[in-house]
Design a protein around this ligand. Structure first.
Ligand code: DON
Length: 661
């Protein structure tokens, strides 16, 4: 078990602001009025205790480096009056908050947040990546999904990832599919940001990159997770000249926690993006450099790299897509999620639709505290069984619907109440099903595809002063993506989210097989929850959430939703709550990084572990890399306010026009 006791998130904030202020992009601190109690809001600033940025790697940040699955206890929910931003990086939250304080919309703030994340957490996200988001327009009361998922190049075939050449060289790409040019999908994030900001921005696009450009130019101290990612991936980064020059010292040793890292190439890319829009990325010299990087055939040490086949036409033709969200009811709420090519929204909705048939509120955690309390055996049993059933269907049926339609041509086939009631009947309160079968749906034969483990993603949630909401998950796929770097950013390895083989051993094709122009199936699940109005329609906004975590993302999101909607946890408690859940396998996960999971003696002293084993679950206690960032609308003293929580397993902070907890 790994336990980390970090300074409260507030401590991060003052110095994050000071860093940006020092760069000249945030107005100087407005001192709290005389007599204002400590902790009371001052713009985006919350007075810090020791002025330490959690995760910024500064002297005094004794708690870092944070391993992939650390856990910091003692976080408190943050409260704000009108606007709030919750991200996994203090500098990104500060940049987003500064935009909101200037009157920017959630879409404007997202551009600033993402531009900084691409600098400070490049292991997880950046311009060479993809992302998915939901936007709630409070004025029109509409929810729109935006799909900035990467695409496979036009020249790709079903064998693109498994053979160098299906006819002449039937061996895996070198040095691996993931680290070769074959893994790299045409990036989607610049077009995604442009699309949502065009639709919903209030400030000028060109004015949203200032903090990121200044930080890239002047440098920022390497944080704990980034330091960790550099050290872990040093050998792979060494193969790419640009990545080695940026992340490693001249002698090849990894740059360590606290080292100041400036990225003038990224500053230049952002400047062009600011001035010319996303065209600056998808055409011209940046596009040429992306294509050249993907086409690399030799590593810096001379060893072979299998090139990808992305062309300038692939880049120029890339489009972010506006899609209809998957909105379903759960008890007295509406839950809206991401449609295909993500399986996230459908998997979450399926699990919830099954859980609705059980009185989950009876099985809430015991001794609920800041870390979410101690989950009950029956609570974990029910949720993980519902997830087995949901994953069984998603593994078989859900992929990019522009290529492979869902059974019946609609997600309703998988999510309608009658069908999910039947699925719920398969759950036995006394024994785990261990592995579920997919429902018998549709007429097209499809193989069942196994899940993958990944570590390169970030989630953020934003509410602006007018009540508009944006919740986004963005990803390079695995930590440091494909290790190909150009113009200051890493290129993703998102195409490894396709099924590696086009068909199962019997030759039945997978829905998620690779095809030119197709988007790999995602598990990302940015989620918005609304109250039901009196007439049953979608009513007021209640919460925004989501998480990184690869295939496990729906589990982290369901845990958060059940924690808040069924068990009454606040945004921070739900983020901190033990990460529990299951893929469609006999293993039920209880994140061993959590202080309340006792992994000593094979788990035999932990009543939750032994209780689940008695029901037939195989319990896994691997540390979990969730990164939940939630904003909830609540009433305090009769006044509506925002409440924010950030995952104690990452380095996030919540900022806004903050008020005392
Ligand atoms: O789209 C997906 O589902 C994955 N590429 C996300 C990867 C991920 O979340 C890694 N996380 N820490």
């Amino acid at each position: 078990m790994t336990r980390r006791h970090l300074a409260p998130a507030f401590a991060a904030i003052a110095t994050a602001q000071l860093l940006l202020a020092a760069c000249g992009h945030v107005p100087p601190a407005r001192a709290p009025a005389a007599g204002t109690p400590p902790g009371v809001e001052a713009g985006c600033r919350v007075p810090g205790e020791r002025g330490i940025v959690v995760g910024a790697g500064q002297p005094g940040d004794t708690t870092l480096p944070e391993p992939a699955s650390g856990y910091r206890t003692g976080l408190q929910p943050a409260f704000a009056r009108r606007y709030m931003v919750s991200t996994s990086n203090a500098l990104a939250s500060a940049a987003g908050c500064a935009v909101l304080a200037r009157g920017g919309s959630a879409a404007d703030a997202a551009v600033a947040v993402q531009a900084v994340l691409g600098l400070t957490v490049p292991e997880a996200t950046g311009l060479g990546a993809g992302g998915l988001l939901l936007y709630y327009d409070a004025g029109r009361k509409t929810v729109q999904a935006y799909d900035g998922r990467e695409t496979a190049p036009a020249a790709a075939t079903g064998d693109y990832l498994r053979y160098i050449d299906a006819a002449s060289e039937r061996q895996a790409p070198l040095p691996s599919a993931r680290a070769s040019g074959r893994a790299i999908g045409t990036p989607g994030l610049p077009r995604l940001l442009e699309a949502v900001q065009r639709d919903h921005g209030r400030l000028a696009w060109r004015d949203l990159f200032g903090d990121a450009i200044t930080l890239s130019t002047n440098g920022f101290p390497i944080g704990g997770r980034l330091a960790d990612a550099i050290a872990l991936n040093a050998a792979s980064l060494k193969r790419d000249r640009a990545a080695a020059a940026y992340f490693l010292h001249a002698d090849g040793s990894p740059k360590a926690l606290g080292t100041r890292l400036a990225n003038p190439a990224y500053a230049d890319t952002l400047q062009r993006l600011a001035e010319q829009g996303a065209d600056a990325f998808y055409t011209g010299s940046i596009a040429q450099d992306i294509v050249a990087s993907i086409a690399t055939t030799r590593a810096a040490d001379g060893s072979p790299i299998t090139p990808g086949k992305t062309t300038l036409a692939d880049l120029a033709g890339y489009q972010a897509k506006r899609r209809e969200p998957v909105c379903t009811t759960y008890r007295e709420y509406w839950v809206c999620g991401m449609p295909p090519p993500s399986s996230g929204g459908i998997t979450v909705a399926s699990a919830l639709g099954i859980l609705e048939h059980f009185d989950l509120a009876r099985y809430k955690p015991a001794a609920i505290d800041g870390e979410g309390g101690h989950p009950s055996v029956t609570g974990v049993h029910l949720v993980s069984e519902a997830e087995r059933l949901a994953y069984a269907d998603r593994d078989k049926y859900v992929a990019d619907t522009d290529f492979v339609p869902l059974p019946g041509g609609t997600w309703d086939t998988l999510l309608n109440q009658r069908y999910l009631q039947g699925r719920a009947r398969l759950i036995d309160l006394r024994a785990s099903m261990r592995t579920a079968s997919p429902g018998k749906l549709g007429t097209v034969p499809l193989g069942v595809d196994p899940a993958l483990a990944e570590h390169g993603t970030s989630h953020f949630s934003i509410v602006d002063g007018d009540g508009n909401v944006l919740t986004a998950t963005t990803t390079v796929e695995s930590s440091m993506g494909s290790f190909h770097m150009t113009r200051g950013f890493l290129l993703n390895n998102q195409l490894t989210d396709f099924s590696a083989d086009p068909a199962d051993p019997a030759g039945t094709p997978y829905a998620n097989r690779l095809a030119p122009g197709k988007r790999p199936r995602s598990s990302m699940a940015p989620t918005l929850v609304f109250r039901k109005a009196a007439d049953g329609s979608r009513g007021d906004f209640l919460m925004a959430t989501g998480s990184p975590g690869g295939g496990a993302i729906p589990q982290y999101v369901v845990k958060t939703l059940v924690g808040m909607l069924d068990w009454g946890l606040d945004a921070q408690q739900a983020a901190g709550l033990v990460d529990f859940g299951a893929f469609n396998s006999p293993i039920t996960t209880l994140g061993g990084e959590h202080p309340y999971i006792d992994t000593a003696d094979g788990g035999n002293r932990d009543a939750l572990i032994t209780g689940l084993r008695a029901l037939g679950h195989t319990v896994g206690t691997a540390a979990q890399p969730s990164g939940v960032n939630t904003i909830l609308r609540v009433r305090r003293d009769g006044v509506p306010v925002l409440q924010g929580g950030t995952d104690p397993r990452r380095e996030g902070v919540v900022l806004g026009d903050t008020i005392r907890p």
